[in-house]
Design a protein around this ligand. Structure first.
Ligand code: NAD
Length: 485
């Protein structure tokens, strides 16, 4: 084992979980055993919630301008340790080093946004009657939980950590059992940045601990990012226990390509979108709909895909089960009559034979009923469908139950606008393969890609992580109030 067994982080200390049940942590890059992860019990969660509850009064009463000082220092520490954090991210997740660097840079950007929160949560004040004021204040909600997936070991935790904590809450993070190492390092950096003990805690585990979070009476709010199947379970369970919940789910993102799209730029964007992070992104292009004759662009997409080399500029798939699942989708499509233009099955990387890789795959002549057209594949695969009209393309896009992202590639502004207005997704791109909004704009899909109100990042997250206090004040006895006074 390369690293010590993973521990929980409670009240500012790394501690063993109260369980003998562990899972091995295997690097997808080369199959070496990195560590082992404890499957914590509800007793471990109790300890974390107790620590967070104890820290809450002092932390939430610290002025926000002081709270964000921790995040100015945390941002500096992320920058200082960028290379080390990126290496850890690649080792446990399998993405390439440059993708991991981009992930940590995004953590820095998310933290920068949190440092601007004092300017954004100033509340409002209005003289509602002579001498009478109404004033609003955003107040922290208490102990909150953040449950995260495997595909961004640092970035998705940092979607929630800086904002929720800067706004005065105390947090219990449940990392993915597939990538538990980065979270531990983030905890160390938060402590080094001066975050008081108990404000941030980590409990490792699987479904059992997620269920315990949803049931725990000491937790006020639950944010979740992961697959739609689990997002629905978490949303239903947490809200049934009267907690506020925001649960982001899976995706099936469509790119609509029109014949007037710039061929090289479109091909490069499509190939990058479908293969970045080995397709294991909720914003990855998974289906493409060509309107009219776009053969010249498809040829270029294949050329771009062939430049993507597993183990070099294409990372690994998280584990063997996922690799096999992805390959089965390709085989099923082939058997149903689709044409595999670039085939990523049976990929081996020399010297890393125990790693789990799928090469870039381009599948043409897919029909809307095939599983590669309807299911989230989460691999470096693009499934190409063809239509005669934009409305047929929109009908395919809008029939899919997800609604994270959609993009259009065209030089026709009117047509782009037509698609922006009609695509049934929360994040839309025009000539952009991965249309992630940057802060202060917020991240969040629609339909089966998100359950709950509001988004998880940016300005929208302020509403989720705080409750609004409304104070009506009158300090002069002669104030002219003639209602309900
Ligand atoms: P997952 O749903 O399997 O796991 C997410 C979290 O839920 C993990 O912490 C895991 O331990 C826990 N979990 C797993 N099964 C559970 C169960 N039955 N009951 C309770 N908890 C359970 O997701 P994953 O495989 O880690 O991540 C990939 C998925 O996440 C993809 O579907 C991807 O689209 C989605 N994702 C979505 C977004 C978004 O913003 N919408 C962002 C990143 C990832």
């Amino acid at each position: 084992m390369k690293y010590m067994p993973v521990q929980n982080f409670i009240n500012g200390q790394f501690v063993d979980a109260s369980t003998a049940k562990t899972l091995p942590l295997i690097s997808p890059i080369d199959g070496i055993e990195l560590s082992m992860v404890p499957m914590s019990t509800s007793a471990d969660l109790d300890a974390a919630v107790t620590a967070a509850k104890r820290a809450f009064p002092a932390w939430s009463n610290t002025p926000i301008k002081e709270r964000v000082q921790v995040f100015f220092r945390y941002k500096y520490l992320l920058e200082k340790h960028l290379g080390e954090l990126a290496n850890l991210c690649s080792e446990e997740n399998g993405k390439t080093y440059s993708e991991s660097v981009a992930e940590i840079e995004k953590c820095i950007e998310l933290t920068e946004f949190a440092t601007s929160l004092p300017q954004l949560v100033t509340g409002e004040v209005l003289e509602v009657s002579r001498g009478v004021e109404c004033r609003t204040t955003h107040v922290a909600i208490g102990v909150v939980a953040s449950i995260v997936p495997f595909n961004f070991p640092s970035m998705v935790p940092n979607w929630t950590i800086p904002n929720a904590i800067a706004l005065g809450n105390c947090m219990v993070l449940k990392p993915s059992e597939k990538v538990p190492l980065s979270a531990g390092r983030l905890a160390q950096l938060l402590k080094e940045a001066g975050l008081p003990d108990g404000v941030f805690n980590i409990v490792h585990g699987d479904a059992e601990i997620v269920n315990a979070i949803c049931d725990h009476s000491g937790i006020e709010a639950v944010s979740f990012v992961g697959s739609t199947k689990v997002a629905k379970l978490v949303y239903q369970r947490a809200t049934a226990n009267l907690k506020r919940c925001l649960a982001l789910g899976g995706a099936k993102n469509h790119l609509i390509v029109l014949p007037d799209a710039i061929p090289d730029m479109t091909a490069q964007n499509v190939a990058a979108s479908m293969s970045g992070c080995a397709g294991q992104r909720c914003m990855a292009a998974s289906a493409m709909i060509g309107v009219g004759n776009i053969d010249h662009i498809i040829n270029k997409i294949c050329d771009e895909a062939r430049k993507i080399i597993p183990g070099e500029n294409l990372g690994a798939i998280i584990n063997k089960a996922s690799q096999q699942r992805i390959e089965k989708y390709i085989t099923d499509a082939e058997q149903q009559g689709a044409k595999i233009l670039v085939d990523g099955r049976n990929t081996k990387v020399a010297g890393k034979e125990n790693g789990t890789y799928v090469g870039p795959t381009v599948i043409d002549f897919v029909t809307p009923q095939m599983s590669v057209a309807t299911k989230e594949i989460f691999g470096p695969i693009i499934s190409i469908m063809r239509t005669d009209t934009v409305d047929e393309a929109l009908a395919i896009e809008n029939a899919n139950p997800y609604g994270n992202a959609a993009s259009v590639f065209t030089q026709n502004g009117g047509m782009a606008r037509y698609i922006i207005d009609r695509a049934n997704a929360g994040m839309i791109g025009v000539n952009v393969g991965v249309p992630v909004p940057r802060e202060p704009f917020s991240f969040g899909g629609w339909n089966d890609s998100k359950f709950g109100v509001g988004d998880i990042t940016g300005k929208s997250s302020i509403e989720f992580w705080t409750k609004l206090k409304k104070a009506t004040t009158k300090w002069n006895s002669e104030a002219g109030v003639n209602w309900m006074s």
